[in-house]
Write a protein that binds this ligand. Structure first.
Ligand SMILES: [Zn+2]
Length: 340
């Protein structure tokens, strides 16, 4: 993998593994289990989910705020234990520094606004704790608006949702519209004054799934200088035969609609805890979107996907500079503009 181009993953759930191992009494989970495989796959950066609306982020309690606090504490403690190989990043200057030191840089986000209830003070606290990106919803409805599993209502941002988007702009926090219903997407995209991202989703024209974006949504995202992150989760790649080749079809389509500057990666891997995800999501998700189970083909399953992905992009005629844009530079450009 020596010719691997550096990778920034815009959506990681490794916190699920960090928390459960720490609760079992282990320490330095990142260092012991994750740092070396990520380094070998040439990862420079992860945007880490730390709680939110999803069942996998709410194990241990039905209180999303408590769950987010447990996850943030587990990560902060583990970053301290794993300081040789991992560093928490609050800005792109931190990301640049951690890369120069040969460490993995990690930023924190919440995947759904449920931990905030309807309090912008809770957002202020999260910012102080290091959260730099907020995804408004998961699949279900929350106090901000409807996730893609509730698209039937056709409603956009709530009053609190509007004040949250404005607060994110004011605080220079990133707005992530992954999992949003179409109505919520357009409502938030029209209100925000900063670039926004969809950190992990694919193209609906290639795979007709509500988690994926229409061409019009991608055009609006690109007009606001944002990015969409190619997602390796199989149901959003192809419902019948998910594969790297089908993922590359999404890339080609995205590039044909918005150009190479607006595509990034948000892998959404679950290789570190497939049992936890399957059990929790099947038990708690009421939208029915996860009824298909978690049978993930080998070429999309784990970090070994990246050499295949990069080689596949090359074979489709993209330049080395294009691959670098998709694998990290486009995502970092948006982070630099919004978060600083
Ligand atoms: Zn997600």
């Amino acid at each position: 993998m020596s010719n691997m181009i550096p990778i920034a993953d815009g959506h990681s759930d490794i916190v699920v593994d960090v928390l459960r191992r720490r609760q079992d009494g282990e320490r330095a989970v990142f260092q012991r289990y994750h740092a070396e495989p990520l380094r070998r796959a040439n990862h420079r950066f992860l945007m880490m989910s730390t709680g939110g609306d999803a069942p996998s982020q709410n194990i241990g309690s039905d209180d999303p705020f408590w769950c987010a606090m447990m996850r943030i504490e587990a990560l902060l403690a583990d970053f301290a234990d794993s300081a040789e190989s991992v560093s928490l990043c609050l800005s792109m200057a931190d990301v640049d520094r951690s890369a120069a030191e040969g460490k993995l840089g990690v930023m924190m986000m919440i995947e759904g606004a449920s931990p905030l209830r309807t309090s912008l003070e809770a957002l202020d606290l999260m910012y102080r704790l290091g959260i730099r990106s907020v995804q408004l919803t998961w699949n279900a409805r929350n106090m901000v608006g409807d996730g893609c599993g509730e698209a039937i209502t056709g409603s956009g941002l709530t009053r609190f949702g509007r004040s949250l988007v404005q607060a994110l702009n004011r605080k220079k926090m990133l707005l992530d519209l992954s999992h949003a219903s179409d109505a919520l997407f357009f409502s938030a995209a029209e209100l925000t004054t900063a670039p926004f991202i969809v950190s992990h989703a694919n193209a609906r024209a290639v795979c007709n799934h509500p988690r994926n974006l229409t061409d019009r949504q991608m055009e609006l995202l690109a007009a606001r200088r944002g990015v969409i992150g190619l997602c390796l989760f199989p149901w959003f790649v192809d419902p019948e035969r998910p594969s790297i080749e089908r993922l590359l079809d999404h890339l080609d389509h995205m590039v044909s609609v918005v150009g190479i500057d607006h595509v990034s990666i948000g892998a959404d891997f679950i290789y570190f805890a497939p049992d936890v995800f399957a059990r929790e999501i099947n038990a708690k998700d009421k939208t029915g979107m996860y009824a298909k189970g978690f049978d993930i083909p080998p070429d999309l399953r784990d970090l070994s996907a990246y050499p295949l992905l990069q080689e596949g992009i090359r074979k489709r005629g993209y330049s080395e500079a294009d691959i670098a844009k998709v694998c990290s530079e486009n995502l970092f450009r948006v982070y630099r503009e919004v978060i600083g």
